[in-house]
Ligand binder design. Structure first.
Ligand code: SF4
Length: 322
């Protein structure tokens, strides 16, 4: 029997208007997210990868409605949260949380770590003071911190510990879904694996679903079950992790993988690397957005946008040639 996804996103768009002049007239749009669809099952991690500026963080925030979508639908646990009012959204927020990239700037430096972790419990009126403190102490243990550290301020923690505090706060209301937006990018490489392993342990024990946003393909390969590759606001490839890393189909995925350092310097990459920068989402290239950087581009690519189509079980690619 097919599993009902915990998260279902369909045709998601987020355009930021560009306003100019005295009257602040809209003269264009930044098409940050342009028709993105995906689903995430309970206990599953979907990795969302792409270069900086491709719109992946905007997807994460829009899915949680931290910023409002321009179009599309978002369902969490079967509930369409796209248009629900503030009151209902507040209740639904218990089910979905976010862990940000930089734990230093996302934690208030003047508040003790215990209060930071307990804040969502207080806001949602969970338990009395004593019960909340006991729950926060449990959360500290859960993420590998000592309850005595509840009295510390954020600057008294290392980078990895601060991210553990962020994860404890995200778990306070027992959510089913967490958006992890580059959660280890700001950490030392030696610490990254510890935090990734913590996220994986928590997922196994609590059946958590993650939207794991990262530009680091090695990390995504380690933690994800499925992967969506984003380029300039659109998903260009969507596949099971193993299939995608064994044989990337989209030229952009191929190029991203070619840029991952090989463990043995004697080995050589044979595939094309991607050159140049991501074009502006204000005025994206015509046809296939990737055509100015694609080594396989043909005349058709410059005028006709490829649609994301099925190319196998659970696998989709947006390219005229693949
Ligand atoms: Fe390259 Fe054309 Fe495929 Fe776009 S559609 S990725 S330009 S071959």
């Amino acid at each position: 029997m097919e599993q009902t996804p915990l998260v279902e996103v369909s045709g998601l768009r987020k355009f930021f208007p560009i306003r100019k002049g005295l009257l602040r007239r809209t003269v264009g749009n930044v098409r940050a997210v342009d028709g993105v669809s995906f689903s995430i099952n309970a206990g599953e991690t979907l990795g969302l990868v792409g270069e900086s500026g491709c719109g992946k963080s905007t997807v994460g925030r829009t899915v949680l409605r931290l910023i409002e979508p321009s179009a599309g639908s978002i369902k969490i646990n079967g509930n369409d949260i796209t248009a629900v009012g503030k009151q209902d959204l507040r209740a639904l927020r218990r089910q979905m949380q976010i862990v940000f990239q930089d734990p230093f700037s996302s934690l208030n430096p003047r508040i003790k770590a215990g209060e930071i972790v307990g804040e969502p419990l207080k806001v949602h009126g969970v338990g009395d003071r004593g019960e909340r403190e006991a729950k926060v102490a449990d959360l500290f243990r859960l993420v590998g911190l000592r309850p005595a550290q509840m009295n510390n301020y954020p600057h008294q923690f290392s980078g990895g510990q601060r991210q553990r505090v962020s994860i404890a706060r995200a778990l306070a209301l027992d959510p089913g879904f967490i958006v992890a937006d580059e959660p280890v990018s700001a950490l030392d490489v030696s610490i990254q694996a510890q935090v990734i392993n913590l996220l994986m342990d928590l997922q196994r024990d609590r059946k958590l679903s993650y939207l794991f946003i990262s530009h680091n393909l090695a990390v995504v390969e380690h933690i994800s079950h499925r992967v969506a590759v984003m380029y300039l606001g659109r998903i260009v490839e969507y596949a099971d992790k193993t299939a995608l890393f064994a044989k990337p189909l989209h030229p952009y995925t191929e190029a991203l993988l070619a840029a991952v350092p090989l463990p043995d310097p004697a080995l050589k990459r044979t595939k094309h690397r991607v050159e140049g920068d991501v074009p502006s989402p204000i005025n994206p290239p015509s046809g296939c957005h990737f055509h100015p950087r694609c080594p396989y581009a043909e005349a058709r690519c410059r005028v006709e946008a490829p649609v994301l189509r099925d190319v196998g079980v659970g696998r989709q690619v947006a390219c005229h040639l693949r």
